[in-house]
Design a protein. Sequence first.
Length: 278
Amino acid sequence: MAVSVSNAFVTLFDSEVKQAYQGQRALAGLTRERSVEGSIVKFPTIGKGTASIRVPQTDVTPMSVSYNSVQAEMQDFIAAEYSDIFNQAKINFQDRAELVQVVGGAIGRRMDQVVLDALTAASGTLTVANSVGGSTTNLNVAKLRDTKKQMDAKNVPSQGRVIIAHANNMDSLLAETSVTSSDFNTVKALVTGEVNSFLGFRFVSIGDRDEGGLAIDGSSDRTVFAFHKDAMGLGINMAEKTKVDYIPEKTSFLIASMFSAGAVAVDPEGIAKITCRE
């Protein structure tokens, strides 16, 4: 007996996976994104220039701005799972809803990891030691102030700054009065238990992730990343899409979601690596 999946069902399932994917992707919209044709994405980098005094009747002096580019290779990713036809005659709502969360979550976290891996690999970035604000400290206001100072000194635009930190780092930050008190901060973290913005940074908190997340070393040091949106580039060769097929040999439906993407640091001066001892 041939088993088929209606086009209407595939369309519905694909839409639901995308909804879950967007909901569980923490870094969506926080980098420069562009569509890519081919296996490599290139982001141009243009150096700085200085205006000069105009002298009448003389040749214009060019700034001799440097033009370069950075690139990232596309990587292919897939999240797939079988749904056995003997368990259910067809994929009902409950089973489908569970698979949507599993498949969508896996794809969203992996897209985040593409960016996190590029942040980790970035060289020549700003750095904040774990000794700032005390000996071997976790995330604190002193480290945020140091990060802000360094970015301000490099003329990193104030709009579009992001900090991605682990839940343990955010818990340490929430212990500081200047973050949670409405006397210091218009965001009342004591009410919500969260910090969404402080000192001009937008905060994104993630937990432990099987994909890697924010790695911690043997000394319990974890790197928290601060970056400007334009400092990180993400190329997407194939946007997330989902296929549902029946595999006779498995007597199962195969639900597979996939994408192809690559990320790279475009401007290291717009990235700060903050070492936090947990």
